[in-house]
Design a protein around this ligand. Structure first.
Ligand SMILES: [Zn+2]
Length: 245
């Protein structure tokens, strides 16, 4: 199972909502692209499902981790100029499923932000690389977000408590999926690569033990660029785009 070929991106987008499982997902997979969107005048909001309480690599007290990681994600978002960052409560890192509760919470965020475009994790597993992109939390958030885009956010009879609370139905027109199989929409992010690295360095609990982070990402992203026919020295991020009108 894979995605169909990407649709051409909409050219009149004013608002984007990024929905991610953990602090740092936005920055690792999509930071250069998000920075470009903000620079072009698009308003970007984040909905982060967990505070990454199972992350880290050292003896930081575990009770501190969610507090640290929320602060790290807010700082990383601010590097690009993203200031609307919502964290959901009640979800534990490593335990995510595309549950009805999660769909309702994402639908609520969609109805609040009213985005033209939603960016999220891929619900489809990449079999060639079992780690990282295919973390089960990522797959769960990708699936729950897709269900929230259709039908939950647009159907006034889905989760009637949302409408009662004043959240009007909303049709998201386009979804961008990060880190899925065979992404075919490539964004040249050479000009925002430095911002992406700066944002990733804000995630101290996740990246401070990775001195070669920039080199590693540059190598990987140069390959994405050259595979798409971009000139040598360019770096890129890749996505799948699906129309959801
Ligand atoms: Zn993650």
């Amino acid at each position: 199972m894979s995605f169909p070929p990407s649709a051409p991106p909409l050219d009149d987008v004013t608002r984007v909502l990024g929905v991610f499982a953990h602090p740092d997902d936005a920055d690792f997979g999509s930071g250069g692209t998000i920075a470009q969107w903000v620079a072009s005048g698009i308003e970007v909001s984040y909905l982060i499902v967990t505070r990454g309480d199972s992350g880290g690599f050292d003896d930081t007290p575990r009770g501190q981790m969610p507090i640290l990681r929320e602060a790290e994600q807010r700082a990383a978002a601010a590097v690009y100029g993203v200031t609307d960052v919502e964290f959901l409560d009640g979800y534990t890192d490593g335990y995510l499923t595309p549950s009805i509760d999660l769909r309702r919470d994402i639908a609520r965020a969609i109805r609040r932000v009213r985005p033209d475009r939603v960016l999220t994790n891929s619900p489809l597993r990449r079999w060639e690389r079992i780690s990282g992109p295919s973390h089960p939390d990522h797959l769960a958030v990708g699936e729950a977000t897709t269900c929230a885009v259709y039908p939950d956010a647009r159907n006034p009879f889905a989760f009637p408590e949302l409408l009662e609370a004043g959240y009007e139905p909303w049709v998201v027109r386009e979804m961008w999926f990060a880190a899925g199989p065979d992404p075919d929409h490539v964004v040249d992010v050479t000009d925002t690569f430095a911002a992406k690295i700066e944002a990733l360095r804000c995630h101290v609990t996740q990246t401070s033990h990775m001195p070669d982070l920039e080199e590693m990402l540059r190598g990987r992203m140069e390959l994405t660029a050259s595979n798409a026919g971009l000139p040598a020295g360019r770096v890129a991020e890749a996505f799948t785009i699906i129309r959801t009108e």
